[in-house]
Design a protein around this ligand. Structure first.
Ligand code: ATP
Ligand code: MG
Length: 312
């Protein structure tokens, strides 16, 4: 028998207050086993709301969810035994040391000694000293304690709410290695983030939500294909925008004296050729945010979620 999907939701909806726009609006989504799946959206999009319903910490207004083929509400006890969860905000016993808290949870869960060994390995790799009282850890280090607790028993499915927020770039890399190992063991990771570039390196697919509505589910490779650059070119003397107006991929040209601002999709070559002979003092390129990449892909003007053809 084929394995059930890691996560499946059907019309999952949450309204915190009657009469207001739902925090999550009819989410229908499938996460396959063995994939690292990114759940992306800006602040307030509904990511944490979704995750709380998957874990049965709050109840949906309508719709349903299943994890590992088990109903999120009716089988929540069994689900909690089989998954690992990193909440957006970790509440732990402030006066215990990290080691005491981890040991206590380990005993409570009844996992074998290998989980405790792996917890120490994780702490070492994350450069986390387990000996201090929880109250004294910094935000980033608390996040690491949460990651150890979520990952130590090598669960089939990891649900991580903004796992890398507060982690420095080196730790983000170590985190990326850890989740890649999870995938290589055939296990599944569902992680939320509001930063596209953070998840690009590790996720195969991403779902993008905004205002509680699913906007798209994409392979990351397809999203990077539509990436563009916001360029600022400084010349030694003023340059007419006409020179580059018809260059493929160039749009939104603005001039300010010797400075040209423009947006470039695709390769740099046609633009640079058109500027041949001009003395370029400086080129600055800004990576678009998730929101910008996404809006350029799906169209911001009418707020429509209709998928546009990607023209390159
Ligand atoms: N307990 C609550 N009661 C009322 N409204 C809530 C509650 N929790 C969240 N909301 C609202 O639901 C919407 C979605 O919030 P949610 O926390 O799910 O977003 P998020 O995508 O996790 O955002 P962030 O990136 O800031 O963590 C927001 O408008 C938020 O104000
Ligand atoms: Mg959140």
């Amino acid at each position: 028998m084929a394995l059930q999907p890691a996560v499946q939701t059907q019309g999952l909806t949450k309204s915190y207050h009657r009469g207001q726009r739902p925090a999550l609006d009819h989410l229908t989504l499938t996460v396959n086993r063995g994939e690292i799946f990114g759940y992306l959206g800006p602040n307030g999009a509904g990511k944490t709301t979704t995750i709380r319903m998957l874990l049965d910490l709050i109840r949906p207004t309508s719709g349903s969810a299943s994890l590992l083929g088990l109903d999120a509400q009716h089988n929540s006890v069994e689900i909690h035994k089989r998954i690992g969860f990193l909440p957006g905000e970790l509440n732990l016993w402030q006066n215990l040391t990290a080691k005491q808290a981890i040991t206590y949870l380990h005993q409570l869960r009844g996992h074998d000694d290998s989980a405790m060994r792996y917890a120490h390995e994780l702490a070492e790799r994350l450069q986390l000293d387990l000996g201090k009282p929880i109250r004294s850890y910094s935000t980033g280090n608390k996040r690491k304690i949460g990651l150890v607790i979520a990952m130590m028993h090598k669960p089939e499915l990891l649900i991580l709410d903004e796992p890398t927020s507060g982690l420095d770039p080196l730790m983000q890399q170590i985190f990326n290695q850890l989740v890649t190992e999870v995938r290589s063991e055939g296990r599944t990771v569902f992680l939320s983030s509001h930063i596209l570039s953070e998840v690009q390196a590790i996720c195969e697919r991403v779902a993008i939500i905004r205002d509680g509505k699913l906007q798209a589910v994409e392979r990351v490779s397809d999203l990077t294909r539509v990436k563009f650059h916001q360029l600022t070119l400084t010349f030694r003397s003023p340059v007419s925008p006409d020179r580059i107006a018809n260059i493929p991929g160039v749009s939104e040209i603005k001039t300010e004296g010797n400075v040209l601002h423009l947006r470039l999709s695709g390769d740099f070559d046609p633009l640079l050729r058109a500027l041949d002979g001009q003395y370029i003092v400086e080129v600055r390129s800004q990576e678009p945010s998730l929101e910008e990449t996404f809006l350029s892909y799906y169209g911001a003007a009418n707020g429509s979620s209709a998928k546009k053809e990607v023209t390159q």
